[in-house]
Ligand binder design. Structure first.
Ligand SMILES: [Zn+2]
Length: 181
């Protein structure tokens, strides 16, 4: 039987093999569309989330969204600095502070390039964890930044899409150059 890949997922998380998840890069269709809400909080979801953490750590990222491993579900994981690992399922942004800050961002799906992106400095997000328990989180600093970046992934938006047109073109040209060598 041919091996199932994450992108073949249709009916449930149980069909996934326990192998390293591949991170898809810019150009993949799954990165451009809105992800679907998670309905079942089952063991398959917990296993999938554990594999997302593995893939994030191997890629040396601080956040990873399910569409980045070709699964169009509203899930992302985050671990910044000395903070605890955090899981967000079906997250909703319920507050964005007025203060806007510019911070450098990168993305495991556009490896090797970075750019300053303007976003709200403080946010409140509601979500469920992998056990189906709802929570509300007030975040600022790097955590707020990563959460906003990952939330964008669930809506088919990449950090380069937040840049002025000229800056976006420059970053994408840098990426293309890197990719070819
Ligand atoms: Zn990203």
């Amino acid at each position: 039987m041919p091996a199932l890949r994450a992108g073949d997922l249709i009916c449930g998380f149980f069909e996934l093999e326990w192998s390293m998840l591949d991170i898809v890069t810019i150009g993949a269709e799954v990165l451009t569309r809105a992800a679907e809400p998670v309905k079942d909080f089952d063991q398959g979801l917990k296993d999938f989330i554990e594999r997302m953490f593995d893939a994030m750590r191997v890629g040396r990222g601080i956040g990873l969204a399910a569409p980045q491993v070709a699964v169009g579900k509203r899930i992302f994981v985050v671990q910044v600095e000395d903070d605890v690992p955090r899981v967000f399922v079906n997250p909703e942004l319920v507050r964005t502070g007025e203060r806007i800050v510019s911070l450098e961002e990168g993305c495991l799906s556009i490896p090797g390039v970075y750019a300053d992106v303007k976003r709200s400095a403080e946010i409140t997000v509601q979500a469920w964890n992998e056990r189906g328990r709802p929570f509300t989180l007030d975040a600022d600093g790097l955590l707020a930044r990563v959460v906003l970046h990952e939330l964008d992934h669930l809506n088919g938006v990449l950090f380069v899409d937040r840049l002025p047109e000229a800056a976006k073109a420059k970053v994408l040209a840098q990426y293309e150059k890197r990719r070819r060598y």
